[in-house]
Design a protein around this ligand. Structure first.
Ligand SMILES: Nc1ncnc2c1ncn2[C@@H]1O[C@H](COP(=O)(O)OP(=O)(O)OP(=O)(O)O)[C@@H](O)[C@H]1O
Length: 368
């Protein structure tokens, strides 16, 4: 097939000639006896969005606050555009770092109009009013320039906060759960708008979220954080397809996990045989499937036919129109299987289904 270039779309991978814009080198921070961040390193290129994804308390916000300069670092170093901005002995104050921030609580100035909010950090030059108008136009809010923040909807306030942070043309943009207070539809809209604006601005972006969909949609690279460390870093697809362990795998979707032992280089699972390269015969392993990788085929049989997947019973079906979620149970197994399929699903609770999986989608990990 002919290779097609889509103008405006970035090629996958990092720019070859550009230098990194943000370098976080082995930074650590401890609060009394609690180590919050234990040696985190990150490199972000201009125009690149890196997402820190992880459970509550794993050190995401502390990492962001150290980059912003509002949290001290105990060890390590932070560089912006090749210049050191922080190490334990020397810290450039936050207001002198070329770093913009948008947090969940937007902190717009209530007594200033929308235009004044956006222009707040700009030197009063002849071009500044035009720049504010340009940015407001870019997010469709030019007609609200003279309103006050309380006269705007949540989504509109979010857009103002975003362009206010972009107005000073920061080299690094930090976003801490910026869309979490918005409803689902608005959140999707804001993610797309923000991703476009941020890439256009050419800033290095670090986005903190605990929402895997947000990470998959917005990020060029995702770093999964766990207990103060980065457990794995890569493109969203690398993490989705080749997670290094079960913890990383479990961040991006629910999982169906089957325990087994390797025989002849493969392991039998209720969803059919799975090859286990790199494992010795007899090794205890876990074969893991994401919900969208299990297949369910309605059958009249109530037990497995030789050489096929197991027969399960459908317990629950949620048809969302665009996709469906099905829960199924295996005899004598307490855990429910969770499956997802595109479009509407004709199965109903009580149906018997033969389990299978899409080729090449199983993930195999050693049992600890
Ligand atoms: N100022 C502080 N004083 C004491 N402990 C703190 C302070 N700030 C953060 N911590 C602790 O450091 C750890 C990491 O906190 P951090 O806010 O970075 O986590 P997070 O991953 O951003 O969590 P969340 O997703 O809930 O915001 C937590 O155990 C937290 O309680």
């Amino acid at each position: 097939m002919e290779h097609v270039e889509f103008p405006g779309l970035r090629a996958a991978g990092r720019p070859v000639n550009a230098a990194p814009m943000l370098e976080v080198i082995d930074v650590a921070r401890r609060f009394s006896v609690t180590p919050a961040v234990r040696g985190v390193s990150l490199t972000v290129w201009p125009g690149e969005v890196t997402c820190l994804l992880g459970p509550s308390g794993c050190g995401k916000s502390t990492t962001l606050r150290m980059i912003a300069g509002i949290e001290h670092l105990d060890s390590g170093e932070i560089r912006v555009a090749g210049q050191r901005v922080a190490d334990p002995r020397h810290e450039v104050p936050p207001e002198r770092r070329p770093v913009g921030m948008v947090f969940q609580d937007l902190a717009l100035f209530p007594h200033m109009t929308v235009a004044e909010n956006v222009g707040f950090g700009l030197p009063r030059t002849r071009g500044s009013a035009e720049q504010v108008a340009h940015l407001l136009g870019r997010v469709g809010l030019l007609h609200h320039a003279d309103r006050y923040p309380h006269q705007l909807s949540g989504g509109e306030q979010q857009r103002v906060a975003l362009i206010r942070a972009l107005a000073t043309r920061p080299r690094v943009m930090l976003l801490d759960e910026p869309f979490s207070s918005l409803d689902q539809r608005l959140r999707v809209e804001m993610r797309e708008l923000a991703a476009d604006l941020l890439r256009e601005a050419g800033a290095a972006v670090v986005l903190v979220t605990h929402d895997p969909d947000e990470a998959m949609m917005m990020a060029d690279r995702v770093a999964i954080m766990w207990e103060g460390r980065i457990r794995q870093e890569g493109t969203p697809l690398e993490l989705y397809r080749q997670p290094r362990d079960l913890t990383v795998a479990g961040f991006l979707s629910e999982l169906n996990i089957f325990e087994g032992r390797v025989a002849d280089g493969r392991v039998e699972t209720p969803a059919g045989p799975v090859s286990a390269p790199g494992f010795q015969d007899g090794a205890a392993i876990r074969a893991v499937f994401r919900p969208e990788h299990l297949t369910l085929l309605r059958t009249d049989h109530t037990c497995r036919s030789v050489g096929r997947g197991s027969v399960a019973r459908v317990l629950r079906v949620r048809n969302l129109g665009r996709e469906s979620f099905i829960e199924a149970g295996l005899p004598d197994v307490e855990t429910r299987l969770r499956c997802a399929a595109p479009g509407c699903c004709a199965l109903v609770p009580g149906d018997h289904v033969e389990l299978g999986h899409s080729p090449g989608t199983a993930m195999v990990f050693a049992t600890p």
